[in-house]
Design a protein around this ligand. Structure first.
Ligand SMILES: Nc1ncnc2c1ncn2[C@@H]1O[C@H](COP(=O)(O)OP(=O)(O)OP(=O)(O)O)[C@@H](O)[C@H]1O
Ligand SMILES: [Mg+2]
Length: 187
C-alpha cells in the first residue's frame, strides 16, 4: 500500500522481472536476477510468475477461451492438454459458461476472473497483482479476493497492490511505501 506515485507499480514491475532496478539487488526465489538477459527474464516470467492487472489486459478480438489458452500456445503445450487445462481453470473461476464469449461482452468482475485463469495457466509459484480490484464493484471485489485467498491457501504467493484497507485484513503481510521507500512493514 502507499499513496499514488509512491512506487508500488515500479516495485511490482521489478518483482515481476518486467523492469530492472537502478540500484540494489533483487533476489527472486533466492536468485539474483539483475544479471539475467532479456530472454532469461522472459523465461522466469513464464515459468514462475503470473500477472493480474487493474485494467485486465485481455485481448478483445479473441474469445475468453483463447485468451486463457494463449500462454500455453506460446509455451508450445499440445492442443489437447491446452484445452483440458483452459476448461478446468475457467470452470474454477466460475466462467465455464462464458468460454466462447468475446471479452467485450463481460462485466469487469468476469474479465478479472478470466485474467486470473490466464495468470494460472502455467501454474506459477507467485502471482503479481497490481490493484486487481481497482476497477471493480464491491461484489466483484469479493469474488476476486475469494479466489485469490483460495489460491493463497493452496500455497501460491500473492503479491498485491491495493488502495482498499479492507482487503489487507486477509493478507499475511502488509508493506507500506512512500516516496519510493518501504516505511513500515506490519505482519
Ligand atoms: N517509466 C518511468 N520512468 C520514469 N519515472 C517513472 C516511470 N514510471 C513511473 N515513474 C515515476 O515513478 C514514481 C512511482 O510511480 P509508480 O507508477 O510506481 O507509482 P504507484 O505507487 O504505482 O502509483 P499509483 O497508485 O498512482 O498507481 C512516480 O513519481 C512516477 O512518476
Ligand atoms: Mg500503480
Amino acid at each position: 500500500m502507499g499513496p499514488s506515485g509512491s512506487g508500488k507499480s515500479t516495485l511490482m514491475n521489478i518483482v515481476g522481472c518486467l523492469d530492472r532496478s537502478t540500484n540494489g539487488k533483487f533476489l527472486l526465489l533466492g536468485q539474483d536476477v539483475s544479471n539475467l538477459n532479456d530472454e532469461e527474464l522472459a523465461h522466469l516470467r513464464r515459468e514462475v510468475l503470473g500477472f493480474i492487472f487493474q485494467t485486465f489486459n485481455l485481448i478483445d478480438r479473441i474469445s475468453v477461451f483463447k485468451n486463457v489458452e494463449l500462454p500455453m500456445v506460446i509455451n508450445e503445450i499440445p492442443r489437447e492438454r491446452r484445452k483440458e487445462k483452459t476448461v478446468e481453470l475457467l470452470k474454477a473461476v466460475g466462467l465455464g459458461h462464458r468460454m466462447d464469449y468475446n471479452p467485450l461482452r463481460l462485466s469487469g468482475g468476469e474479465k478479472q476472473r478470466v485474467a486470473i485463469a490466464r495468470a494460472l495457466i502455467n501454474d506459477p509459484k507467485i502471482i503479481i497483482a497490481d490493484e486487481p480490484t481497482g476497477n471493480l464493484d464491491l461484489n466483484s471485489t469479493h469474488d476476486v479476493m475469494r479466489i485469490l485467498n483460495e489460491l493463497n491457501n493452496e500455497g501460491k504467493t500473492i503479491i498485491m497492490v491495493t488502495h482498499n484497507p479492507e482487503i489487507t485484513e486477509n493478507c499475511g503481510r502488509v508493506i507500506r511505501l512512500r516516496d519510493g521507500r518501504i516505511i513500515e512493514e506490519a505482519s
